[in-house]
Design a protein. Structure first.
Length: 313
């Protein structure tokens, strides 16, 4: 049983406790599982169960209600049975504490997006970490009678404002060109193997995040990005080639093969940029397409920014 399924079953077994104890505010309480942790993405497996794997769920309530009733609700939550289907908490990591139980709606979204209802401005959208946006919309909501928590979640699920998406795509394209199409081979030619490896790693990282942007999806935390690519409808199949770039040694006999693969991947990205009407450039070099995408941005402040600005993990 995966963590999300376990969480939902645990909630179903215990939801009546909260309806009985807090009838006056029960309609304002949202229950579910979302936020940090592989189980919220559905990526947990047998290896994940060595820590932070337990029957648990989240309770989100408006901040004013949390200030008045939060401690009492948390006390009831902590008094629930600790075992479900023989599953008990094995080990709580230093980062696993306070992920479940009571949290105000406003605090949850402030922590994940910088604002109580999501990022407030295009600048905020540009610089909030992509993986925390992914954490804001993962998992599942089991119950939300008032709809307050879900309304914010659904607005975030629509993805980036288009000008922000374009700005981030432009930056990723520029970095892909610089690291993969240009600097990787040059570093190898100089015998700077560490720099070459770093250039290749950066190319793969920026390419993956480009693919998420082309799907208008938030890129999750780095250790989950390959697994998450399997769920993407556009260019998700490139995960195999990107893995090959990382895993094959930088030997003389592999260099031409790797460079050909880099160009092939860039070509597929360029093709998708054109399909989405983001570039009409004919060049095979992604930097040209980065500037083409910049020209499609309508917001004056974003359009004036450096092409590589706006990159965060």
């Amino acid at each position: 049983m995966q963590g999300l399924e376990l969480s939902k079953k645990y909630y179903e077994n215990n939801k009546d406790v909260f309806a009985q104890k807090f009838p006056q505010i029960y309609g304002q309480m949202a229950f579910g599982l979302a936020g940090e942790g592989s189980e919220c993405f559905g990526f947990d497996d047998e290896i994940s169960k060595d820590h932070d794997f337990e029957p648990s769920f989240c309770i989100w309530i408006p901040e004013k209600i949390e200030q008045k009733y939060g401690a009492e609700i948390q006390k009831i939550y902590e008094a629930l049975p600790k075992t479900l289907d023989t599953v008990t908490l094995k080990q709580n990591s230093a980062y696993g504490k306070n992920r479940r139980g009571v949290c105000s709606i406003e605090k949850f979204y402030r922590d994940k997006t910088g604002g109580e209802k999501g990022p407030k401005s295009l600048q905020d959208w540009l610089f909030v970490p992509e993986y925390t946006l992914a954490e804001a919309v993962n998992g599942e909501i089991f119950s939300d009678p008032s709809g307050k928590f879900t309304e914010i979640r659904e607005s975030l699920l629509r993805g980036y404002p288009e000008d922000v998406r374009k700005k981030k795509i432009a930056a990723r394209a520029a970095y892909m060109a610089q690291s993969g199409q240009y600097n990787y081979r040059r570093c190898l030619a100089r015998g700077e193997m560490g720099a070459a490896r770093l250039a290749l790693d950066l190319f793969v990282s920026h390419t993956i995040q480009m693919i998420y942007l082309l799907n208008n999806r938030y890129c999750p935390y780095y250790k989950w990005i390959f697994r998450g690519m399997n769920r993407l409808s556009l260019l998700g199949e490139l995960s195999e080639g990107l893995t090959a770039l990382l895993c094959a040694p930088d030997s003389d006999e592999n260099i031409n093969v790797k460079m050909a693969l880099i160009e092939q991947i860039c070509g597929q990205v360029i093709s998708e940029l054109k399909k989405q009407g983001l570039s009409d450039e004919s060049s095979d070099y992604l930097e040209s397409h980065a500037f083409a995408v910049m020209q499609t941005i309508e917001d004056g402040n974003l359009k004036k920014m450096h092409v590589m600005a706006g990159i965060m993990a």
